[in-house]
Design a protein around this ligand. Structure first.
Ligand code: TXA
Ligand code: MG
Length: 368
């Protein structure tokens, strides 16, 4: 299959879509309406879209990603009015969260209506819905005239895609089109909150933080166990996708986390890097510039022969989130045989960053 690339002239991160770009989006939207698959930018990561009401499109999404069909898709809307037909009821807490965070990087899980095929929800009676704020995503969904099922636009098991280039890498020849709208601003996938039960529950942390949700609802938000650690045998996560070892780089990754902020992290990283290098294993380091500066003051650290990628800074976790998947993909292109990564405190956006890093580490975490 030939994959058409629609390169937008204007990445319109803040504004409405230009006329020239709208013409390209019209073509992409008609592919979606006719049952085809189109990767497109959102503010979190790129999505691999298909008509959520067409079971055949959903089957094609699973096939294109190589994704197990028990892992349900998120359905994207571009108008709050479209929520009603997809869900059986809108609980009060959901309404409050929608008022505050939609459009934006938040997904809610509702009991589904009869309109949505089981192929789209991985056989579940619930449906995950998101109203993205990216102007290109909104315009594309509107023009298609249907709700758009879209998982992250990566091959199953690879890091989510945050640029059109990543989508081209993973999905060329497997889908009909890719809309290039530049780099996804946030860089980690949306927050998922289950509002289908009596008490809302956090299923996946994202840029709408636990603290923000708790403040909005005036409750302490329970979390699914799959967020912070590996699940005990036989325990199922509420979001089926959380059970898979996502975001796995090719080389094993060891995460180093300070029990008290960042103290001791650089020293432990230096030791580990040295051990690996001495054992003839090519080491790589994924860290902040602050960590690298500290490493340079240590006798046990030599920059030579270590592959280094920086992600954001300790003072700018938004940049860390933005860079994370891109750096993991870059490391896959290197000779790295072992990756040492710096963790961060798990408050605010740190929870989302650490959730992805822990999964990339297959829960190999060293606390110092
Ligand atoms: O930011 C995002 O959410 C991106 C963009 C494209 O919108 N999408 C995304 O989709 O991350 P995906 O498929 O990679 O992750 C969806 C997650 C999976 O862990 C899946 O199991 C969970 O959402 N999910 C979907 N429907 C669900 C449901 N009905 N109940 C519980 N979890 C659900
Ligand atoms: Mg995904």
């Amino acid at each position: 299959m030939e994959t058409v690339i629609y390169r937008l002239d204007d990445y319109c991160l803040t504004d409405a879509v230009s006329e020239a770009d709208r013409e390209k989006l019209k073509k992409a939207a008609s592919i979606l309406a006719e049952g085809g698959l189109v990767a497109f930018p959102t503010e979190t990561v790129y999505g691999l879209g298909g008509n959520a009401l067409n079971p055949e499109s959903s089957r094609h999404i699973y096939a294109a990603k190589g994704r197990p069909s028990d892992n349900p898709l998120i359905v994207h809307i571009a108008d709050i009015k479209d929520l009603k037909s997809l869900v059986s009821d809108i609980p009060e807490a959901a309404q409050r969260l929608a008022d505050r965070f939609w459009p934006g990087p938040m997904t809610m899980v509702f009991r589904k209506s009869g309109l949505v095929p089981k192929e789209t929800t991985g056989g579940l009676d619930t449906i995950a819905v998101r109203f993205p704020v990216h102007p290109v995503a909104m315009e594309l969904i509107r023009l298609s005239g249907v709700p758009i099922a879209a998982p992250s636009a990566n091959l199953s098991g690879r890091p989510s895609t945050t640029t059109a280039e990543h989508c081209i890498e993973d999905l060329t020849g497997r889908i009909d089109a890719i809309v290039d709208g530049g780099s996804a601003e946030i860089g980690v996938e949306s927050t998922i909150i289950d509002v289908s039960g009596p008490i809302p529950q956090l299923l996946r942390p994202g840029a709408v933080t636990k603290e923000m949700i708790e403040e909005t609802l005036g409750i302490t938000l329970p979390e699914d166990a799959a967020i912070r650690g590996p699940l005990a045998p036989g325990v199922r996560p509420k979001a089926p996708g959380m059970k898979y070892r996502h975001y796995a780089p090719k080389a094993p990754l060891q995460l180093i986390v300070g029990r008290d902020g960042y103290s001791g992290v650089a020293k432990a990283a230096a030791e580990l890097l040295l051990n690996k290098a001495e054992a003839g294993i090519k080491p790589a380091l994924l860290c902040t510039p602050e960590c690298l500066e500290e490493l340079k003051t240590l006798d046990s650290f030599s920059e030579k022969d270590i592959i280094i990628r920086l992600a954001g800074s300790r003072a700018d976790r938004q940049q860390t989130a933005h860079d994370l998947f891109e750096m993991l993909r870059e490391l896959d292109e290197t000779e790295a045989e072992f990756i040492v990564a710096e963790g961060c405190p798990e408050d605010q956006l740190g929870q989302a960053i650490m959730n992805r890093l822990k999964k990339a580490a297959a829960w190999q975490i060293m606390y110092v």
